[in-house]
Structure formats: structure tokens, C-alpha cells
Design a protein around this ligand. Structure first.
Ligand code: PMP
Length: 285
């Protein structure tokens, strides 16, 4: 079955989809995106993703390509056309196509592209055994709260991890962990406090982060939203990451040193369970 993608008003087989060479997403990475997970054919936490899409668009003076209702209808149509039970929907908005110029063009129609990827999210060998991370300097720009398609620094971080034989990278700035290459980062101190970086321009405000912190609060965990150092991470009892496609993923080693006993910790496992239960409840299935 060939995948059907959405491009500027049309549903097309992926090989027939086209974007202009003058699209500013291609020339300037002048675009933003969202990734929503799909469980049982339903979107998870989608209102949060829509809200963040608007924050990204506003920060870049970019017009919304459609209403939220229209965007969600396209997401659901793609899920149906591609028979996605578990996986994700990717949504990208760029400023549109215009002759190359650094100045934002006037009156250009934004480009809207969406596609799906089917993949298992609930059953995960990685979640069972946990992932290894290496730390690397955070060389990204200073507006990481904007979910820009300019992802080369994150891609480079991922390759540093890959070449070091690790699963992922944690990025570090001035001795403090900012976030994962495509996730938010957390530690649980030996005293049992959950620590994750406070929101600001330095990190992306994860939609999964918001949901997991809400669940952590209801299970009366102590929570501190503040930068944590690499030294603290190495001393931590547990560590994990969150993102729309990994949910809550245990981190069991940092720079080759085991976190805690080197296995996914009980608090991390519990938060993963709580998140998945809440996500499945949203599907009503
Ligand atoms: N930080 C970065 C840099 C990311 O790329 C992502 C994934 N999009 C996240 C955090 C997690 O965000 P979310 O939970 O909304 O997927």
C-alpha cells in the first residue's frame, strides 16, 4: 500500500507529492512542525500540539494555514487513509514559496504538509531495557521554544551518540543539561525529587512533559523545575526522557556510567504506565 500524504490541499500518493524549490522551508528552514502520536487510531494530546503550533507560528509572524478544526480533520483523514493504528502524524507549516530573500515575503500562502508513520509505540524493547545517552555541547540557536524545522544541530547530536555507540544525546549548556536531542530530560534525585529544566527559550515546552508533570503532581512526587548539572545527573537514582513518540523512556546510562543500578527505575516505570493509561483513556477505545 502506498502512503497517502497531504500537500497544500491535496491527498496524494507520496511519490506524487511536490513542493517548490523556492519554498522557504527548503531554503531557510523557515517553517515549524508538530508531531502527534496515534494510539488505536486516535490522536494523543492533540490540543496541546495545536496550541504549541500557534505559539511557534506567532513567534515567527507566520499565518496559520487552516483552522485547528480543519487541521485535525486532515490529521484524522490521513490516519484513516493510511490505516494507522499506532504511530504518528507529522505536520509542517512553512512560510511558503517566494523568490529567495532573507526578508519575510508579503502575501505568500503558507505551505502545509502532513504525513503519517506507522510504528509500535506501546510495546518497546527500549522502554524495557532503557536507553544510553552521551552528553554533548548544546550548539543550537537561542529560541529552542520555537519548534522550528531547523534540526541540523539535533541531528548532529544524534550522530555523536550513534558514533559513540549510544542511543541518544543529552545536550549541555554551561554545565547544565538543557534537553535530549528530541526530548525533554529528567532526573530523580536520591532524595526522590523529580527534576527537569524549567521552561524558557532554552528548551522546547514538551507536550508530553506537561502531561507527565501533571501526573507526577497527582501522585504527590516532589517536583523541581530547574536546570540540573551533569554532576547531579551522574548521581541520580533514575533518569528518563519524554516525547510524543517515546512517551516516558528510561535512561540507564549517561556517558557510559550507569544511572542508579543501570536498570529502569520504579518511578520512571510508574510514570510511563500512568502516561500510557491516560493516553489510552483519551482514545475512548
Ligand atoms: N525537546 C525537543 C528538542 C524535541 O524535539 C521534542 C520532541 N518534539 C521534545 C522536547 C518533546 O516534545 P513533545 O513531548 O511535545 O514531543
Amino acid at each position: 500500500m502506498t502512503r497517502i500524504v497531504y500537500v497544500n490541499g491535496e491527498y496524494l500518493p507520496e511519490e506524487e507529492a511536490r513542493i517548490s524549490v523556492f519554498d522557504r522551508g527548503f531554503l531557510f528552514a523557515d517553517g515549524v512542525y508538530e508531531v502527534s502520536s496515534v494510539l488505536r487510531g486516535r490522536l494523543i494530546d492533540n490540543p496541546g500540539h495545536m496550541a504549541r503550533l500557534h505559539r511557534s507560528l506567532t513567534a515567527l509572524d507566520m499565518a496559520a494555514p487552516a483552522t485547528d478544526t480543519e487541521l485535525e480533520a486532515i490529521q484524522m483523514s490521513l490516519i484513516g487513509r493510511n490505516q494507522v493504528d499506532e504511530g504518528l502524524v507529522y505536520l509542517q507549516v512553512t512560510r511558503g514559496a517566494a523568490d529567495r530573500d532573507f526578508v519575510y515575503p508579503e502575501g505568500v500562502k503558507p505551505s502545509l504538509v502532513m504525513f503519517t508513520q506507522s510504528k509500535p509505540l506501546l510495546q518497546s524493547a527500549q522502554a524495557e531495557r532503557g536507553i544510553s545517552v552521551v552528553t554533548t555541547e548544546d550548539i543550537r540557536w537561542r529560541r529552542r521554544d520555537i519548534k522550528s524545522v531547523g534540526l541540523l544541530a539535533a541531528s548532529m547530536a544524534k550522530m555523536i551518540a550513534r558514533r559513540a555507540g549510544a542511543d541518544d544525546a543529552w545536550m549541555v549548556e554551561s554545565g547544565k543539561v538543557t534537553e535530549g536531542s528530541s526530548s525533554n530530560a529528567y532526573i530523580l534525585t536520591r532524595e526522590g525529587t523529580l527534576v527537569t529544566r524549567s521552561l524558557g527559550h532554552e528548551i522546547l515546552a514538551g507536550i508530553t512533559r506537561e502531561a507527565v508533570l501533571r501526573l507526577a503532581r497527582t501522585s504527590s512526587l516532589q517536583i523541581e523545575e530547574r536546570p540540573f548539572s551533569l554532576a547531579e545527573a551522574e548521581e541520580a537514582a533514575e533518569a528518563f526522557i519524554t516525547s510524543a513518540t517515546t512517551f516516558v523512556m528510561p535512561v540507564v546510562s549517561i556517558d557510559g556510567k550507569p544511572v542508579g543500578d543501570g536498570r529502569p527505575g520504579p518511578v520512571t516505570r510508574q510514570l510511563r504506565e500512568l502516561y500510557i493509561t491516560a493516553a489510552l483513556e483519551q482514545t475512548g477505545r
